[in-house]
Design a protein around this ligand. Structure first.
Ligand code: AMP
Ligand code: GLY
Length: 425
């Protein structure tokens, strides 16, 4: 099977790496690539967000399966164009991608499907925003109602800051969703959907803030680990029954079936599981950890989903070890990152037992691999337990260097120290 993976970030590199373990996959193509992907796939300089260009590329390759990584091509209708051209596509239609593209739409579907989530109000003016903030009280949660790659959300005790974020969204022509604050730890659960049947992957936890102790601005994600030793035993089954299945069923009833990964961003609160958000794709950097443990052939699984052939009796096969990944980012990320710095130590890191390096914002310049984005790479490690995996990942991080590199030193630390608990009512 020839697979085309669209998107050139860490998530896509992790998908490509997993595809290599599927004996049914004979050729892997990618657009637009990065320096690490170029070592593992045939890279094409094609704009992954352009429906026409991706159809031309898929025809050229004669792709048997197209896997769409990021949200931008999904929201741009790339999956629709490819499906209309007759290709098997893993990734939702433009209409179904609204579950991520519009937070207001996601709230509506959750309401229709009876899915538990934070109470929310939509505001389009500063007066409405102020009224909504006062209705829920502090801490305040204000979300830009559009695609913002996880960076459009402000959670703050400061009413002025909350109002200012709303005002900046209005100034840009948008609206905001203001929500009740959810207490409790966050979980990312990826659920593969073929439009009707669903299959959950292993739950992961992401670290959204740029600095240790969850301080500083939100990022796309600074690290992850899986599985989560502190979760209640029936957690995944509960989320499938209460969240994934009703959402997928409701999307089908609406005439916009959801084929792809339903990424359930969850809070495990004192009142039970609540959806924080849906994404319509694999999470980055959770995927780097989750797919490092998956032994079930990924290409065949995603092809089955694209054809409506997922069986819920299927047992996924997981590596019993724990996976941790630590993102190494460029100076000034998540603001405009510094680019063009030479990266050293990649081979030394990958030589450590259980460690591999997934590339995100990297490119090749002459003999060197240089930084070319905010999140530059993720060091992934498998270990016999969480502590061993974490130590190995940081040993890899210690081996890698460039000017201005930044990373969190506390990824998975609370879990290692048993400091995460699910709040009780
Ligand atoms: P989102 O883009 O909706 O995932 O939000 C980004 C981050 O903001 C989440 O991962 C949470 O850490 C935080 N967040 C979003 N909504 C809430 C909420 N209702 N209560 C508490 N934290 C939230
Ligand atoms: N890591 C969260 C996301 O991919 O949105």
């Amino acid at each position: 099977m020839k697979v085309l993976v669209l998107g050139g970030g860490g998530r896509e590199h992790a998908i490509i790496r997993a595809l290599h373990n599927d004996p049914a996959v004979t050729e892997i193509h990618n657009a637009p690539g990065n320096a690490g992907i170029a070592q593992d796939a045939i890279v094409h300089a094609v704009d992954a967000n352009n429906p026409e260009a991706t159809v031309v590329l898929a025809r050229e390759i004669a792709a048997d399966l197209i896997v769409i990584g990021p949200e931008a091509p999904l929201v741009a209708g790339v999956s629709d164009a490819l499906r209309e051209a007759g290709f098997a596509v893993f990734g939702p239609s433009q209409a179904a991608a609204e579950l991520e593209g519009s937070k207001a739409f996601a709230k509506k579907v959750m309401e229709e499907a009876g899915v538990p989530t934070a109470r929310a109000l939509v505001a389009t003016t500063e007066e409405e925003a102020a009224a909504a903030l006062d209705e829920f009280g502090a801490p305040y949660v204000v979300k830009d109602d559009g695609l913002a790659a996880g960076k459009g959300v402000v959670v703050t005790e400061d009413r002025q800051a909350a109002l200012a974020h709303a005002a900046s969204c209005f100034a840009a022509g948008g609206s905001v969703v203001i929500e009740e604050y959810l207490d409790g730890p966050e979980v990312s659960l990826f659920v593969i959907s073929d439009g009707k049947n669903v299959l959950p992957l292993s739950p992961a936890q992401d670290f959204k803030r740029i600095f240790n102790n969850d301080e500083g601005p939100n990022t796309g994600g600074m690290g992850a680990y899986t599985p989560l030793p502190w979760l209640p035993e029936n957690f995944v089954t509960e989320v499938v029954e209460a969240v994934a299945r009703p959402t997928v069923a409701r999307m089908a009833e609406r005439g916009t079936p959801f084929v792809g990964v339903l990424f359930c961003g969850l809070a495990v609160t004192s009142k039970g599981v609540r959806v924080i958000e849906f994404n319509v794709r694999f999470g980055d950097p959770e995927t780097q950890a989750v797919l490092a443990r998956l032994r079930t052939p990924l290409g065949s699984l995603l092809l089955a989903a694209s054809r409506g052939e997922i069986s819920e009796d299927m047992q996924l096969d997981w590596d019993p070890r724990t996976a941790v990944d630590v993102v190494m980012a460029a100076e000034n990320y998540p603001d405009t990152p510094r680019k063009g710095d030479a990266i050293s130590g990649l081979e030394a890191a990958a030589a450590i037992e259980g460690v591999h390096v997934i590339h995100a914002g990297t490119s090749v310049s002459g003999e060197e691999i240089i930084t070319s984005g905010g999140r530059v790479l993720a060091v992934v490690a498998l270990g016999e337990n969480l502590e061993a995996a974490r130590n190995a990942a940081y040993a890899g991080v210690d081996a890698i260097e460039w000017n201005g590199v930044q990373y969190r030193t506390d990824i998975a630390l609370k879990a290692v120290e048993n400091r995460i608990s699910v709040p009780t009512p």
